[in-house]
Ligand binder design. Structure first.
Ligand code: GLC
Length: 524
């Protein structure tokens, strides 16, 4: 499989570093903790880890508020420990991706401290400062994604600054060439240390309207939705000038060989596709989040797969995401049985899969008592379902140890107890074993990695599609319902089923039984 790039062949495993493994008993995961668990990730069969932000940060948004782009927060470790982690991962054949957060800094970043120090500081224009409206209020109607106005008044200098998220996260001014150069230096700083690519935070928000026009009202807004949904984001997201920035990031990475640029982009399919760039010179993989909130019905998923595949530009490489640190866990969204079906789906669709830590053992959304809530999104807009603590609870390593083997101290979020790696690793019927078998199957069957995808369809609750390469043809059939169903075939052999004892069994010519919640991959 040599002519595909590593990130086209590989599977990415997302680590939320606060919650993966604590090594020093402070209740928060760290880099030595991750290093100690790399063997688990290679045994699982993933090829790359993406680590959510580990830079020095006041942690107002748990690291997505960066106070220094070129160092490691002491909570997580040191730059030397980071280098050891990268070197160790590379020795194991694992790639390391970092989270790059270019849209905003922390309000405690020295750049912002200078920027707010006076109107004529050279760094003033590095952020988005505006005069008040004639009535003294905010310069326009833009709203923060964490609730309220996106404009924060600065008494000392008599202007407002813009923040798409928390007021502790001022947005950088990407129209300023010095900002671009400084952020390019940040990419180089980490590339020089051997990182294999970046997941770029909120890539579609980087540039705002040059004229700061009011966003129009959103006619589809329904009470109870997050406040910023009251407005269409016409002037605050997906601006045409963003693509030039993506191109220049991509160009920097290209100087360093085969590096990957992944963009966090929540947009409808057609707009998402533009981030590949008109000549394939944009992001390598604009994250495809279609499965995160899709209705879990065979017909809907079939349509979504067809729509995504047919919208892909020529030469663009697809990708699929089932969970991340901003969305409810898949096992909670669709239940434990269907989480097994979802594993088969994620790992047999055409494109690079990204797995969220803990989903491979079916971790569910944690129960967070009110006094344990930590997520600013929930604290700022309580009770409207924006809280992200439930999907960020610590990895459940070992059910027989206190705190799941995650920490010897007090965990920063409560640890779930329903399951653990320990209880699943020797159980051939566990979800963890299923993930390992699926990842193994991907490695041994070229059709799953480089094959075409065809005949995507649904009949009742059963979703089917085929993956083909050379003379290998694989049929994937997933029963997304609660009843037994059937799938038609012209014979073949089951390579993998979520049902015990079916692997290696023949598929009959004609109608074959598919149990409730069963998914299979067959050579046909
Ligand atoms: C991204 C991150 C999210 C963070 C936000 C602001 O959406 O995934 O966790 O709160 O950006 O940086």
């Amino acid at each position: 499989m040599s002519e595909l790039k590593w990130w086209q062949r590989g599977v990415i495993y997302q680590i939320y570093p606060r919650s993966f493994q604590d090594s020093n008993g402070d209740g928060i995961g760290d880099l030595p903790g991750i290093a100690a668990r790399l063997g688990y990730i290679t045994a699982l069969g993933a090829d790359a880890v993406w680590i959510s932000p580990i830079y020095p940060s006041p942690m107002a948004d748990f690291g997505y508020d960066v106070a220094n782009y070129c160092d490691i927060d002491p909570i997580f470790g040191t730059l030397a420990e980071f280098q050891q982690l990268v070197d160790h991962a590379h020795r194991l054949g694992l790639k390391v991706l970092l989270d790059f957060v270019p849209n905003h800094t922390s309000d405690q970043h020295p750049w912002f401290e200078l920027s707010r120090s006076s109107r004529d500081n050279p760094k003033r224009d590095w952020y988005l400062w505006r005069d008040p409206a004639p009535d003294g209020g905010p310069p326009n109607n833009w709203m923060s994604r964490m609730g309220g106005s996106a404009w924060e008044w600065d008494e000392a200098t008599g202007q407002y600054y813009y923040h798409a998220f928390l007021r502790e996260q001022p947005d950088l001014n990407w129209r300023n060439p010095q900002v671009r150069r400084a952020m390019d230096d940040v990419l180089r700083f980490w590339l020089d240390r051997g990182v294999d690519g970046f997941r770029v935070d909120v890539l579609w928000l980087l540039i705002k309207d040059a004229q700061f026009r009011d966003n129009p009202p959103n006619p589809a807004y329904r009470p109870g939705e997050p406040g910023h949904h009251r407005l269409l984001q016409t002037y605050t997201e997906d601006q045409p000038e963003v693509h030039e920035i993506v191109r220049s990031m991509r160009a920097t990475l290209s100087e360093y060989g085969e590096k990957v640029l992944i963009g966090e982009i929540y947009l409808p399919i057609a707009r998402l596709m533009t981030y590949y760039g008109p000549n394939g010179d944009g992001a390598d993989m604009p994250f495809n989040f279609q499965l995160l909130n899709a209705a879990w019905r065979a017909g809907d998923i079939a349509r979504l797969i067809r729509d995504y595949n047919s919208a892909l530009p020529e030469h663009a490489w697809p990708n699929w995401v089932l969970g991340n640190h901003d969305n409810p866990r898949v096992a909670s969204r669709i239940g434990a049985d269907q989480a097994r079906v979802a594993a088969v789906l994620l790992l047999t669709l055409r494109g690079t899969p990204t797995l969220y830590y803990g989903d491979e053992i079916g971790m569910t959304d944690g129960h967070i008592p009110p006094d344990a809530i930590r997520d600013p999104a929930e604290l700022r807009q309580p009770g409207i379902g924006q809280g992200r603590d439930p999907e960020r609870t610590p990895m459940q390593w070992d059910g027989s140890l206190p705190n799941g083997g995650f920490t010897t101290g007090q965990p920063w979020l409560p640890v779930g107890t329903a399951t653990s790696v320990r209880t699943q690793e020797d159980d051939a019927s566990s979800l963890l074993s299923l993930y390992r078998r699926l990842l193994e199957l991907r490695r041994s069957h070229a059709a799953l990695v480089r094959g075409t995808i065809a005949n995507v369809g649904a009949e009742g609750d059963v979703l089917t599609y085929e993956r083909c390469h050379d003379d290998e043809r694989l049929l994937i059939a997933l029963n997304m319902g609660r009843e037994d169903a059937t799938v038609s075939a012209h014979g073949g052999v089951v390579l993998l089923s979520t049902l015990a004892g079916r692997d290696g069994q023949p598929l009959r010519e004609g109608v074959n039984r598919l149990s409730a919640g069963e998914a299979l991959v067959a050579a046909v």
